[in-house]
Write a protein of this length. Structure first.
Length: 153
């Protein structure tokens, strides 16, 4: 058995580039930066940044075109894909990309963007209502008795 699954949370480096192909298929690409910080032995905070090439297809690409901007924070789920090509000088080049299956915009106004969620959001928008976004639920407040007589022990 093998698994090829990637989960990334990072900041978009450039506005998505969207291309439309015959039969209307859309492809969006954008760079995503993920950063990691640690403190070295001298007490200095060191931050390293990895750049990932994100690729979105069809409805997800169209959603990215409308909602994702440079600087946006996004949550991406997908798989790693490496492809090769020959450049104009005849050299073999390799590129590693993340083919996204789902994406969630983590900015102030959140937009769910799995294909199924996008279809539901479009239906809601057509009916004139705002599209529902995921809500953050606060943990329940633990029981606090008003006086000591209410204590169970």
């Amino acid at each position: 058995m093998s698994v090829n699954k990637v989960i990334l949370v990072g900041n978009v480096g450039k506005d998505p580039v969207v291309r439309y192909f015959e039969k209307g298929a859309a492809k969006a690409t954008f760079p995503l930066a993920t950063s990691e910080s640690y403190t070295n032995q001298q007490g200095e905070t060191i931050t390293t940044t990895e750049w990932h090439n994100i690729v979105l297809w069809r409805a997800l690409a169209e959603v990215a075109e409308k909602t994702v901007k440079k600087g946006s924070q996004v949550y991406v789920v997908g798989k790693i894909k490496t492809r090769s090509y020959v450049d104009k000088d005849g050299n073999n080049k390799y590129i590693t990309e993340i083919l996204a299956d789902a994406m969630l915009l983590l900015d102030k106004k959140q937009v769910s963007t799995t294909p199924a969620q996008q279809a539901e959001a479009e239906k809601t928008q057509m009916s004139g209502k705002d599209a529902p976004g995921p809500e953050l639920n606060e943990p329940p407040v633990p029981y606090q008795p008003e006086n000591e007589d209410d204590l169970p022990f």
